[in-house]
Design a protein around this ligand. Structure first.
Ligand SMILES: [Zn+2]
Length: 329
C-alpha cells in the first residue's frame, strides 16, 4: 500500500516565505522593473570604433549622459566600470579604461555599454579592433629549483595564488586614482612586457609586467593613489605589494628587498612604498611592475602614456570613435 506524504513540503509556505513574497509584490508595484527594455540594443558597432594592440589601454568616452546614474561596459566577459569626467570645453561625459589583455586574440570584438538613468537603460555598441603586438622571446637561466618545482613548492604556489585572488576579489567601488601617473622607480625599462619566456629551455607563461633594472635598495613609489590591498612574501614574486586604485584597477610591485607599507594603508602617488630587491624568482635586483585592469594584464607603461592630464582628456591621441572622426553618411 502506498504511503501518503502528509507534510507535502513543496506546497507548504512558511510565514517567512509569505512575508517575502508580499514584500516583492509590494516593491514591484512601487518600483516597476524595466531595466533593459527601454531601447532595443544598438546594432553592433553603431556607436563608434576603437583600436589598440595587445597589452594596451584604451580610453573610451561616452558623451552627453549628464543624467546617467550608472555606466558600465562589457568586453570579452570583463566588466568595464565608467566614471564621470569633466572637461572645461565639453559637456560632461563618462570615461572607461578598457584594458586589452596581452593574450586577447587579435580580432574585432564588441564593447557593449549600458547607460542607466534611474529605471531607464540605454545600450551603446562599439567595435574594438585588437591588433597583434610583437612580443620578444626571452631565454632565462635560473637555479633548477626555481623552475622545476617540487610537490611542496607547487602546493605553496597554488595556496599563494588563492590568497591573492581572495584579497583582490574585494575592490574599491570608488575611483581613487587621478590622471598623473608616476613611474615607480628610476631605472632601465627592459621592454619585456608580454615576452614569451623560456626558462632553462622550457616554455613558461608570458611575462605579465615590465621589469625595471635598478640598484638594490632604490626607492619604489606608488604609481598613483590607492589602498594597499595585500602585501606578500611569495615564492615567485618575493616581497610584493598589490595596490587597489579602485574600479577594478590594480598595480603590483614585486621582488622588493623591503616593504614599507601594510595591508589597508592608504597611499598617494609618488609615496615611497618599498625598496628594490631580488627576492622571489629573480636573477638580480629589479622592480617587476604589473597592472591588472578589470582582469586584463596590460603594459604598465601604457598608464604613463594615457591621454589624461590634470583631469582633462586630450582627444584623438589613442583612439577616436569612428562616429567622431567622420560623420555618418
Ligand atoms: Zn618581471
Amino acid at each position: 500500500m502506498m504511503t501518503t506524504n502528509l507534510t507535502q513540503p513543496h506546497v507548504r509556505v512558511s510565514w517567512l516565505d509569505r512575508t517575502l513574497i508580499a514584500a516583492v509584490v509590494l516593491l514591484s508595484s512601487i518600483f516597476p522593473v524595466e531595466l533593459f527594455s527601454n531601447t532595443p540594443p544598438a546594432p553592433r558597432g553603431s556607436d563608434g570604433q576603437y583600436s589598440g594592440k595587445q597589452g594596451q589601454v584604451l580610453v573610451v568616452k561616452v558623451k552627453g549622459e549628464e543624467q546617467a546614474t550608472e555606466v558600465k561596459g562589457a568586453f570579452l566577459k570583463r566588466t568595464i566600470p565608467f566614471f564621470r569626467e569633466f572637461r572645461p570645453d565639453e559637456p560632461p561625459g563618462y570615461i572607461g579604461l578598457l584594458g586589452i589583455d596581452m593574450q586577447d586574440e587579435p580580432g574585432t570584438y564588441e564593447l557593449a555599454v549600458e547607460v542607466k538613468q534611474g529605471e531607464q537603460a540605454k545600450r551603446l555598441s562599439f567595435n574594438v579592433l585588437v591588433a597583434k603586438e610583437k612580443f620578444a622571446v626571452e631565454h632565462l637561466t635560473l637555479p633548477k629549483d626555481k623552475v622545476d618545482l617540487d610537490e611542496k613548492a607547487v602546493a605553496r604556489w597554488k595556496a599563494e595564488q588563492q590568497e591573492v585572488q581572495q584579497a583582490l576579489a574585494e575592490n574599491s567601488r570608488l575611483k581613487l586614482w587621478h590622471s598623473n601617473f608616476v613611474e615607480p622607480v628610476n631605472g632601465k625599462r627592459t621592454g619585456i612586457f608580454g615576452s614569451v619566456r623560456v626558462m632553462n629551455g622550457q616554455a613558461r607563461n608570458p611575462h605579465n609586467g615590465e621589469d625595471i633594472g635598478a640598484p638594490l635598495g632604490a626607492e619604489v613609489s606608488a604609481t598613483n593613489d590607492g589602498i594597499v590591498r595585500i602585501t606578500v612574501d611569495h615564492i615567485f614574486s618575493g616581497k610584493g605589494i598589490f595596490i587597489d586604485h579602485g574600479l577594478g584597477f590594480y598595480t603590483m610591485y614585486f621582488h622588493l628587498s623591503e616593504v614599507l607599507v601594510k595591508d589597508g594603508d592608504l597611499v598617494t602617488a609618488g609615496q615611497i612604498i618599498g625598496k628594490v630587491g631580488a627576492t622571489g624568482r629573480a636573477t638580480g635586483p629589479h622592480l617587476h611592475w604589473g597592472v591588472k585592469l578589470n582582469g586584463a594584464r596590460v603594459n604598465p607603461y601604457s598608464l604613463l602614456d594615457l591621454p589624461l592630464k590634470n583631469g582633462i582628456v586630450r582627444t584623438g591621441t589613442i583612439a577616436t570613435p569612428a562616429s567622431e572622426a567622420a560623420p555618418a553618411p
